[in-house]
Design a binder for this molecule. Sequence first.
Ligand SMILES: NC(=O)C1=CN([C@@H]2O[C@H](COP(=O)(O)OP(=O)(O)OC[C@H]3O[C@@H](n4cnc5c(N)ncnc54)[C@H](O)[C@@H]3O)[C@@H](O)[C@H]2O)[C@@H](O)CC1
Ligand SMILES: Nc1ncnc2c1ncn2[C@@H]1O[C@H](COP(=O)(O)OP(=O)(O)O)[C@@H](O)[C@H]1O
Ligand SMILES: [K+]
Length: 502
Amino acid sequence: MQGVWTPDQIRAAEQRLFTRTPEPAVMRRAAFAVAVQTAQVLTEQTGGVAGRRVVLLVGGGNNGGDALWAGAFLRRRGAAVTAVLLSPDKAHPAGLTALRRARGRIVEATGASPDTAGIGAAAADAVEGADAVVDGIVGLAARGPLRPVAAELVRRVTAPIVAVDLPSGVDPVTGAVEGAAVQAEVTVTFGGRKPCHVLGRAAVRSGDVQLVDIGLDDDLGEPELRVLEAADVGERWPVPRPEDDKYSQGVIGVAAGSATYPGAAVLAAGAAVRTTSGMVRYAGPAADVVRAHWPEVIATGSITDAGRVQAWAVGPGIGTGSSGRDVMLHVLRSGHPVCADADAITLLAKDPSLWDAREPDAPLVLTPHAGEFTRLSGDELGIDRVGAAREVAARYDAVVLLKGNTTVIAAPDGRVLVNDSHHAWPSTAGSGDVLTGMIGALLASGVDAWEACGYASHVHSRAAALAARGTGGHGVGAPIGASALLAGVPEAIRTVRAAALA
Ligand SMILES: NC(=O)C1=CN([C@@H]2O[C@H](COP(=O)(O)OP(=O)(O)OC[C@H]3O[C@@H](n4cnc5c(N)ncnc54)[C@H](O)[C@@H]3O)[C@@H](O)[C@H]2O)[C@@H](O)CC1
Ligand SMILES: Nc1ncnc2c1ncn2[C@@H]1O[C@H](COP(=O)(O)OP(=O)(O)O)[C@@H](O)[C@H]1O
Ligand SMILES: [K+]
């Protein structure tokens, strides 16, 4: 599991670190890592470091200081280094001295012979001719998009960019990208990942995130967000043990679909079949269709005949009328863990009396997309998706899984898991029905509700990527439907289990 800390948490931890290790030493350690990473990018791109042209984009804070020190290290390896100063009066003095001593070149962004965009001739030539660029424009103190001169310089870069701490122009806390921002090849960050490395469009702008240890670990405290790695998921994914039988692995009940929408039932029940080896029961008007697709599912027409289960997955395609309401009453009164999706969420939002049917100790998972989330919360979803999910989770005492390109999973006690899929292949009709069946099956097998959402979400996006990629190799993909995603689930589970065993 990876931790993610806010800039405030990182700064507080740094202050404690500086009582043991002087700040300049910490900065040099950070800058050395930036230099190593830049050298690697140069070698990959051009076959070497000596004689290659590196440009440092240097803002007025310590982020620029890191870039200047990194430039001094790169000079020692024979690179030709030019620092372009965006705020010459505020550029980090010790960093400037180090680069000057190393015989690096220093120019001002808006220096002599400016062009029509106000960029000095020397800065323009350097940026346009660079083999690699180090982005030290702004770091933890970033607010808002790149200012115009920085934006113009970044626009002219064609070389790969190594971002110091974070890609300049993104919001470090929310991950929002509201204007010009750097697109990094690699981001070298220090002490701990920040929210922008894992949230929304900023995660994409960060490129490959390399975390450098600067000795903060013991000072960081509880992370703001957590990200599951493949091995975390594989380690906990339920598989049958020698002593197991079909009941001991958990019986899941699926209440989904209708005569009009039988597909939701087929997808949710199928996802449950592919998630665990436990038993899957289905109850609802699509029983015949479900049976035809999944002979292993015990299907009945009515929820009152469903038989015993250990958890319910409810909602996709059940409708928001009285029969849907009856289904909700039944599952909420059962006292078993419930994963409520789609129409189940709409029903809960529009009929508060349904909450009274809930057994207080039974875990409840809500899996809204943005529209369903708005119905639940009563407010439009803004940029701060983490804060919003946390608030609704606490309000309803439920685990809230907020869907999207970055999935945010908030527990009622404030813990948050983030799953950034790094692609958008799951964005297809019916893929949410698959997720619901997966979460329900994990709940039935006894996995904690917050963790179940994290594991299911991770495997769900992995399954989509595997299905979309086909045999074409990494990055090549073709659009998929939810059935193909569902077919990718077993292979996705195999890959996370392999990571856990490695
Ligand atoms: N605290 C430390 O000593 C350490 C800090 N480190 C580096 O220091 C950075 C933080 O340094 P600072 O606190 O000096 O702040 P920054 O370097 O992040 O910000 C510098 C200045 O940029 C301005 N600014 C904010 N948004 C801007 C925008 N959109 N466009 C242009 N300018 C903008 C801010 O007003 C601020 O004064 C970290 O990101 C990291 O790179 C590392 O060297 C590790 C040790
Ligand atoms: N742009 C995207 N990138 C990655 N995943 C996405 C994207 N859009 C949606 N998803 C995921 O796809 C699923 C869609 O679920 P949902 O909106 O309920 O669709 P449906 O009701 O059609 O099944 C969710 O798991 C969601 O997180
Ligand atoms: K930066």
